[in-house]
Ligand binder design. Sequence first.
Ligand SMILES: NC(=O)c1ccc[n+]([C@@H]2O[C@H](COP(=O)([O-])OP(=O)(O)OC[C@H]3O[C@@H](n4cnc5c(N)ncnc54)[C@H](OP(=O)(O)O)[C@@H]3O)[C@@H](O)[C@H]2O)c1
Length: 264
Amino acid sequence: MDLQLQNKVAIVTGASKGIGLAVVTALAQEGVRVVAASRGQGAELSELAERYAVQPVAVDLSTADGPAKLVESAIAKFGRVDILINNVGGTHMQAGFLSISDEDWYRTFDMDVMSTVRASRAVLPHMLEHRSGVIINISSVNAHLPVTQIMDYCAIKAALTNLSKALAEEFGPQGVRVNTVSPGTVLTPQWDAEGGNADLIGTALGMDRETVLSQLPKMNNMTINRLIQPAEVAAIVAFLASEHAAAIVGADYIVDGGTLKAVI
Ligand SMILES: NC(=O)c1ccc[n+]([C@@H]2O[C@H](COP(=O)([O-])OP(=O)(O)OC[C@H]3O[C@@H](n4cnc5c(N)ncnc54)[C@H](OP(=O)(O)O)[C@@H]3O)[C@@H](O)[C@H]2O)c1
């Protein structure tokens, strides 16, 4: 299917690794000009920038002015922004509710909600002026599935999904479509990097990283019995960004390999 995204301009946050990197790859392969935002760049993003119209931007999106600066730099470079993918975010595994400090709650909120609020606030006037735009927020299966070790993350992703629905309702009539994609367990550095979630679980359970990763699908009730690849999340993001999805507004696409067992 030709997604007809050639020459569109997209901003992807959290772009140097994992799901963000896969989204940059998918959009760039469709001919989208991508502004790829993260603090560091990394070899894979540098390689994409050499092959495609990908512009890496170094920015800390947890700061008050980072997202607006990012949007300004994209408009200065390309004159417009058609697509915003708010992907940056993540978990910090804890022992449980009593281990989560105020600082943890605020840090997760800044990364997972305020980065989206600020980037959307910066890009919306521009999209509304053109009466056209797509915003896709990367939430999580945990917006629907609270887990005690990441209670802050679960509650905050639920807020992000709820916010996205309200944004879709407010701005849909003016030509801006907002949707969420909610992944389950995706094999990214968040899981398999040194000191990542697999190591943290491994320390608690007395297992090495590889053993944890091999057992994760079972631990997380995944019907497909394997971890999700970042490209499998990116595929639905690219589709939602396209005009083929013009009637999809305020939806939440769950890509969880069958973790959620209830009808929601
Ligand atoms: N992986 C999963 O199983 C899973 C499941 C459900 C939902 N999700 C969601 O999917 C999104 C991406 O997750 P992921 O697993 O792909 O994450 P990841 O592998 O940890 O990658 C995170 C990306 O964000 C960037 N980043 C981190 N802090 C940043 C900051 N302050 N400013 C700018 N960029 C920053 C990182 O690059 P730098 O370090 O260079 O800045 C990196 O490019 C998150 O919202 C996450 O909650 C993931």
